[in-house]
Write a protein that binds this ligand. Sequence first.
Ligand code: 73E
Length: 792
Amino acid sequence: MTDTGFRDSIPRHLIYALGTDPQNATLGDWRIALSLAVRDRLVDAWLASARAARQAGAKRVYYLSMEFLIGRLLEDAIINLRLEEEVRAALAALGLSADEVIADEPDAALGNGGLGRLAACFMESLATLGVPAFGYGIRYEHGLFRQSFVEGRQVEEPEDWLTQVHAWEFRRRDVRLRLCFGGEVVDEGGKPVWHGAEAVMAQAYDTPMIGWQGKWANALRLWSAEPLHGFDLDRFNRGDYAAAAEPEALARTISRVLYPDDTTERGKELRLKQEYFFTAASLQDILRRFEAEGGALADLPKKAAIQLNDTHPAIAGPELVRLLHDERGMALDQAIETARGCLSYTNHTLLPEALERWSEDLMTRLLPRHMQLIERIDAAHAAEKPDRKVALVQEGEVRMGELAFVMAHKVNGVSALHTGLMKQTVFEELHRLHPDRIVNETNGVTPRRWLFSANPRLSRLISGTIGEGWVCDLERLCELEPQLDDAAFLDAYAGAKRANKADLAGWLAAEHGVQIDPEALFDVQIKRIHEYKRQHLNILETIALWQEIKANPNAPWVPRVKIFAGKAAPGYVFAKEIIRLINDVAAVVNADLETNRFLKVVFLPNYNVSLAERLIPASDLSEQISTAGKEASGTGNMKFALNGAPTIGTLDGANVEIRDRVGEKNFFLFGMTTDEVVARRAVPDHARQAIAADKRLGGALKAVSQGVFSPRDRHCYRGFVGNLTGHDYFLVCSDFTAYWDAQRRVDAAFAEPAVWWPMAARNTARTGWFSSDRTIRGYMADIWGASSLDPA
Ligand code: 73E
């Protein structure tokens, strides 16, 4: 297609697809018209990919995930199709700014945090590597809630991305599958037959996931729950309108909202229904495809690698056994073996409250046949391993982690440290029984979105230095190494960062009315708010720093802006207290004329993928300060390092591997190790001891508890301080002094450009290993046995 062809296609879509007169078109109309024009450019490659996979009889990867945090799709597609220039020119000819049109797209926020974003990065890497794959999840009507602050407190509002035209998805009219819940299992001629009581339809919607240079595309297939039949016409005709619509409303509830819960599991019946709904629909779809392509059922593992993203789809074990044994007559033992050959399971957290358990009663009520099969699977496992003590059902609860483990041929952790801890803790016994089952696949992030697209200045510098090959071969960033002592390169590197920071400062002033000094150190902590992530450690250090500056305002302080963003689960009271405290501290500190040249605090509302893309390229310092042993991996840590923000962090999750690669001199390490954490907790009064030993910590806590930051309600943080001085399970107090010291090392390094910029640039040059392409290759080789249909 020629330039004019593309240019013309935008108004053509506006007029003929949207029925809108260009004279009246809003920015949103233009954005949708542009999306449709771009979409036209990828559909051929998408259909060709599916055709190639069918013709090759290729093994397909199926990634089952409750969450896909895909963010904006238009920019991704433009970048991967290499349409940047064409789009810019076409929009300019229409009198429009490409940046504004692209920024108009709402984020598809179908996830809570790292787990969902990882799934999105994996989809992009699978397409870039030309691996035939499907992502399977739920098409939530409401993604993660919108966050705002009222008097510093988090307020949640429903997110309604689907009220706008969603230009990227295709409703598959022919893919509508029936599923059941409840009812009973009846013996029919010696065969158990499940008669479900409630049926719903799973309607498929496909969104293309396009790889680098548009050579390959896979589908993200999201299921929407619909009623079996529309509304009840009889009732409607009798004037009973509400009752007529009831079945529809009930069915739709299943895909209505994403659970806004990161790492804490809420025993909600609806959640189990959601899990079964999308898992069962996906498995039916997988089997349908397998059967359409012909082949003996026992060969299913040769054609389908089904990855369970955490235990949320763990019901896939018994469901696949049911489909093979009950519905297709395969012997039970063989059905279990066949299912295990297909299934693999990723564990993302060891936090006890996040390990899913469902009551036997609920499971029996909702999925009676599955409850029976879980017991059969357990019995088969016991027969295979007579010395096993772990049962799948304990104290009236079904343990989903153990079920996923037993039904998977491989189980993986998401960083070296986390995988080691899995073996020593939650899966200790299962690991002893199946020593080859656990493998490690350290997480990664897609360089297309997190460097090439989010940070065009740095990308241009890198490409100008080593060529563009790094974009799909990120380890080539190490070719920058010889430049790291070159003054001209470092100047250009620093120049890119400074320009990104100036952009961010301009945006903060325009959008949030916050003035910050672009020369200051931008110290950034952006992630879900959780005690284990310890945003409160950061804010206590901020308070201590403020007090120190006040006591000594003429010292040569290194100006800092502390930037926070993140959402708290709506029911997580303590996390919401942390948010309020940070906002309260920001109000006091930012208004302090004595200190605010040196210190500002900003908490940006409604953290999402787009905000991360704006903040990370403009950051100087990456805060990764979780209590050791608690953050399974982290992926933000990788994005920051890649974009040249050194980490201040503990030996937790993938921080360990980042430090190994960037080198200890280029990483601000502090805090207790996993073992020290365990030992410290056993010390009675550890928090009080730590407070007594550090005047700064004592002073900061005192200011909070006395109401310095809450003048209208002086005592409101007493409970908060009480928690820290008493229980302090996450050891904020015990790690405070080490954190303070590490921050002062950061100050000293930042004050010396000759120290700082080589360090920042080394972070970029040495973190190419953290590409999700590398992670996906690891899964392909160690877990899936899948290969690439090389799109080159
Ligand atoms: O450390 C992160 C990890 O980088 C971990 O906390 C997160 O997964 C990321 C990707 O591997 C995670 N999310 C959840 N569990 N671990 C979770 C649990 C329940 C509901 C939703 C998400």
